[in-house]
Design a protein around this ligand. Structure first.
Ligand code: PHE
Length: 370
């Protein structure tokens, strides 16, 4: 039991505000962890350059969760007990976030994920988790967006759902996609599954091919998506492949090849090609700092950084409970990916985009409001 530590934040009289960062720095989705922390670091750097937060320098203390739920539990425990942080940001992947919430609750230390979209992160069996927050939209929205895209834009009448059985994210999205697709009059003609780190998808894809569906919905992460797309095209599956934010990494094209990724579409949190002035300004600043285009994770990391800074300022304190109370009241906060006002479930209501892959490049297809 770690209870009791929380009332003694070690930060109160130092010149720094230490914020915990529980991230996928190695392992299966390490690129996600890197991009998200880049975004957070940029937000903190800008705040520090313009006078800091409550007159102090804000600093991210990182712990590597190795892209594994059990390691995510270890990482949050270390950040709270050893580093004595008043708030933990991360992880990226929903299953890893879910694995930290009991420790957060027991120690009364708020957690905010910039990216974890599974609905159970903030609401557990109908009850709002008091210490869990996020700055992104949730999967019931994302699944609905892609079901509507399949029915309306692709005119799909039938779909196969192909999920990653090791991920809460994937399982949740399969449910919300199915509900909406069926509501639209569509039929799910097959459901298949794989596991993270699988290499050979061909036997399942051969089965899927004969189902003759109009599209395949693959809510998964970049490592597996690249391999699935490549192997599907090799088997002569030419129908549109559709997915969700977990596709947002250059590795997909590296693995699948640009050609295989043509006629594929996925939902995401923003597009770096959007001409909204906030986005243009962020993309410029990010490119200057890191020399590359910011994907959605970088933008979401930056936005979560802004949300933490805003909450600490309004709390006028670095005490965990005061930050928690302020986070809960986050309202009309202008960020890169939209405007954040948290609802009663600690979820923001934000718009999304659909991205089309064309010759290896992400192109902005549609913006969807909730
Ligand atoms: N939404 C994913 C999850 O919950 C994480 C993610 C966010 C991946 C944004 C890519 C882009 O696991």
């Amino acid at each position: 039991m770690l209870a009791g530590c929380s009332s003694t934040p070690a930060v109160s009289d130092s010149k720094e505000i230490k914020i915990g960062g529980n991230f996928e720095l190695t392992g299966g989705v390490a690129n996600f962890g890197k991009m998200t922390t880049n975004g957070i670091q940029l937000a903190f750097k800008e705040a520090n350059a313009s006078g800091g937060v409550l007159g102090k320098q804000i600093k991210l203390i990182l712990a590597d969760n190795k892209s594994e739920p059990s390691e995510a539990t270890n990482a949050i425990t270390k950040l709270i007990t050893q580093d004595k942080v008043p708030l933990v940001m991360g992880p990226v992947a929903s299953s890893n976030v879910l694995a930290t919430l009991q420790v957060s609750q027991d120690n009364k230390i708020p957690v905010i994920t910039a990216t974890g979209t599974n609905s159970k992160i903030t609401v557990d069996n109908g009850k709002v988790r008091p210490y869990a927050f996020r700055s992104c939209f949730i999967d019931p929205f994302q699944g609905t967006v892609m079901a509507n895209f399949a029915s309306k834009s692709l005119k799909a009448k039938t779909a196969v759902i192909y999920i990653d059985n090791s991920s809460d994210y994937s399982k949740g999205l399969a449910e919300s996609f199915e509900t909406q697709f069926v509501k639209n009059g569509g039929v799910i003609v097959g459901k298949e599954a794989f596991l993270q780190k699988d290499q050979d998808f061909k036997s399942t894809l051969t089965k899927i091919k004969v189902m003759n569906a109009d599209t395949i919905f693959i809510p998964a992460y970049y490592e597996e998506v690249g391999k699935i797309a490549k192997q599907a095209r090799e088997l002569g599956i030419t129908i549109p492949l559709i997915g969700t934010d977990g596709w947002d990494d250059p590795k997909v094209v590296e693995v699948a090849g640009a050609e295989a990724m043509n006629n594929t579409f996925f939902s995401n949190h923003y597009s770096s090609q959007d001409t909204d002035p906030r986005i243009v300004k962020f993309v410029e600043a990010y490119k200057k700092e890191y020399g590359q285009e910011p994907n959605a994770l970088a933008a979401l990391g930056y936005d979560a950084g802004l949300m933490v800074i805003d909450a600490i300022k309004r709390a006028n304190s670095t005490e965990p409970d005061k930050i928690r109370d302020a986070l809960e009241k986050t309202k009309d906060l202008q960020v890169v990916t939209g405007v954040i006002t948290l609802d009663a479930n600690h979820d923001p209501v934000k718009s999304g985009v659909v991205i089309e892959m064309k010759d290896g490049k992400q192109t902005f297809k549609e913006k969807i409001n909730p």
